[in-house]
Design a binder for this molecule. Structure first.
Ligand code: WTA
Length: 654
């Protein structure tokens, strides 16, 4: 425990101390591309020089005239350059003699599989690009993609990129209404969907939902259906087309569009944990340079690596590190359709063993589920091909980090804890795996070419301690706006400080320049005037051997302003009792201090999460304050909230 250093002037308190640290393993370092931080140091001085050099690794039809044009809040990168994202992900590798290298190793949930070489991918993308053209899709048109995790999702994205059409991928787990709203916001002309997809042995009837959505989307002219299974559906003549028929009929080569560097590559809707979804706009040249460069640097990607990013293509992580980054870098990517616990809780480890995965990138929510299920599942498998692990999406609690390190990495793989957002397009904060010391729970310094700092609301920089995360200089993969809403773009990201990007995350910076993320600013706890990040309290709880996952929220308290209520999920084999509750409260006091003692601990089998696995603390606050629940449409499983409400009341009575 440490003295309370926080003052009310400070934006956020810095309470939890983590002393453990690990150096990159020598064997890893010996083969790593980057073994010193020299390039990174230089890049922070002159980001434009760094990015200008990085961009030379890609193919440009015409080189750029200027690296950056910055008229806050609008940036243009590689101005005047002509480029095609699909060409860089396919053609370039064919020309470089990688025709027969596996681009995608796909596994379906029922156990079927398909390997697509770069040549296979190239051929199918060309055919489908021609098919889209035959349906009237032109440069700048929007195409909505509502598919399961099947290779055709990647083909569809690349086919759009090839002809300069803008894709808008909608996660296959979203409802018909969500799909409808996103299609309408973007004004999409074509929708690509499938008869269905597998999830935990069930069939998700995508086409059925798509039919519902399309009833109220006047802009849709055609629907393309990929046949995943042999699932029943209705085909509307004239509007609906089978994917396999279209590609059979299409010519085998489609000239790639010479896109302007600033032409829009895609729109991706993000709702975060609150608010109406916003269509985040990404453009071509800068985005590709950013994702390609970070893939190489942060994942230390080598020619023979087998890279598995478990994210769905419906999220930005799927866009940047399943599709554009690794394919631009010529990697072999694993893609898996289904759930991690189907048919058993070792499915991920079985896949790693089967394909010899060497780089594995997943989310803390998954890691905490694995921890909860117990060590026996990974222990049954040979994971010795792994050489690097990654984490993204939420702060990773130090205990979850340690578990990942020991049980999946067998204490011999570096872990990169990568902080970034849909809006940033690319990884912004992470250690370099062959260079930097790792500190569990701390993401590390900013990546090359990126400037990050902490500010308080008055606009003063916070050098060490807690503050609000800010990006102080433009970066190539940055969002270029919110589709159709320039005011919201300015208001949301650029109005807090002048010409500085507001990320809406709290963080602390230590003297060595490492950033430790503390949680969303909206979720910050305010206890007797001390602002405490949710991450610190949650990590103190997860540090207890009985706890798998936790969510801390502040609910109104007459004296303290707010009191902490912690919702806790126990590991298998542990049971709720008043002793455990007392023990957990004491554990938090030990780790952080009396200020953070939870007023109540609520035990629950599950926590409410968004479909991308982020804990929705807003709903937990509502439960704690006995409020009518707000919008629950972004929840992955809406029944959890009702169950939690009941538990909350029952445990209060007990
Ligand atoms: C959170 C996902 C801590 C953060 C790529 C951010 C993280 C939001 C990390 C963006 C990390 C992501 N450590 N927090 N390594 N990575 N976050 O748009 O709150 O789905 O603002 O992008 O996730 O989520 P998004």
């Amino acid at each position: 425990m440490k003295d309370e250093r926080s003052s009310t002037q400070e934006e956020l308190s810095d309470l939890l101390v983590e002393e453990r640290h690990f150096e990159p393993p020598e064997e890893f370092k010996a083969l790593a591309y980057l073994r010193t931080g020299e390039i990174r140091e230089k890049s922070w001085e002159d980001p434009e020089d760094f990015w200008g050099n990085a961009a030379k690794g890609l193919h440009w039809f015409k080189p750029w005239d200027r690296v950056l044009e910055w008229e806050p809040p609008n940036a243009k990168w590689f101005v005047g350059g002509k480029i095609n994202a699909c060409y860089n992900c396919c053609d370039r590798h064919i020309k470089a003699g990688q025709r027969n290298k596996a681009a995608l190793i796909w596994e379906g949930e029922p156990g079927d599989s398909r390997v697509m070489t770069y040549w296979d991918l190239y051929r199918e993308v060309n055919q489908f690009a021609n098919a889209l053209k035959s349906l009237g899709v032109k440069k700048g048109d929007r195409v909505a993609i509502y598919l399961p995790m099947i290779p055709e999702a990647v083909v569809s994205m690349l086919a759009c990129a090839r002809i300069g059409a803008i894709h808008s991928v909608v996660f296959g787990g979203f409802s018909a209404e969500s799909l409808r709203d996103r299609i309408n916001d973007a004004g999409a002309k074509v929708l690509i969907t499938a008869d269905g997809g597998y999830r935990r042995g069930q069939i998700i009837p995508l086409k059925h939902d798509a039919d519902y959505a399309v009833k109220e989307t006047p802009s849709i002219e055609h629907v393309v259906i990929v046949r995943r299974g042999d699932f029943p559906l209705r085909v509307k003549a004239g509007r609906d087309h089978w994917y396999h028929r279209l590609i059979q009929e299409a010519a085998s080569y489609c000239e790639p569009e010479q896109c302007d560097s600033e032409d829009i590559l895609y729109i991706l809707y993000t709702s975060g944990t609150t608010g109406k979804p916003k269509g985040i706009v990404h453009t071509t040249g800068g985005y590709l340079v950013g994702t390609y460069t970070t893939t190489k640097h942060i994942f230390d990607l080598h020619h023979d690596d087998v890279f598995w990013c478990t994210a769905d293509v419906g999220w930005v992580t799927g866009h940047s590190y399943l599709v554009y980054g690794p394919l631009a870098a010529g990697a072999t990517c694993v893609m898996y359709e289904g759930a991690p616990d189907w048919p058993d809780r070792d499915r991920f480890w079985a896949i790693i063993e089967k394909y010899g995965v060497s780089i594995f990138y997943t989310a803390p929510t998954a890691i905490r589920a694995f921890m909860k299920w117990g060590d026996k599942w990974p222990d049954q498998h040979d994971l010795s091909t792994l050489r690097l692990l990654g984490s993204v999406g939420e702060p990773i609690n130090p205990e979850a980090w340690m578990w990942y390190h020991e049980h999946i990495g067998r204490a011999s793989c570096p872990i990169v804890d990568t902080w970034w957002q849909t809006e940033t397009g690319m990884i912004m904060i992470s250690t370099l795996p062959g260079v930097d010391r790792m500190k569990p729970g701390s993401a590390g310094p900013p990546v090359s070419g990126v400037r990050v700092a902490l500010y308080n609301s008055q606009g003063q920089e916070v050098k060490t301690g807690g503050g609000l995360l800010a990006i102080t200089y433009p970066w190539p993969a940055m969002l270029r706006g919110i589709w159709g809403d320039p005011e919201r773009y300015q208001e949301q990201y650029w109005s807090k400080w002048e010409n500085i990007y507001f990320a809406a995350d709290g963080a602390k910076r230590s003297e060595d320049g490492y950033f430790t993320l503390l949680g969303r600013v909206d979720d910050v706890l305010n206890i007797a005037g001390h602002r405490i990040g949710t991450m610190e309290v949650e990590s103190a709880l997860v540090d207890h051997p009985a706890v798998a996952e936790s969510a801390a929220v502040g609910i109104k308290h007459e004296i303290k302003g707010q009191a902490i209520v912690a919702f806790v999920t126990l590991k298998e084999g542990h049971k709720f009792s008043t002793e455990v509750e007392a023990d957990l409260k004491e554990h938090v006091v030990q780790k952080i201090g009396p200020i953070a003692r939870p007023e109540r601990i609520v035990f629950s089998a599950d926590l409410p999460k968004t479909r991308s696995g982020k804990i929705m603390r807003r709903l937990l606050r509502d439960i704690g304050e006995g409020k009518i629940l707000g919008d629950t449409t972004t929840l992955a499983d809406a029944t959890i909230v009702e169950r939690l409400k009941q538990q909350y009341e029952e445990q209060e009575d007990a």
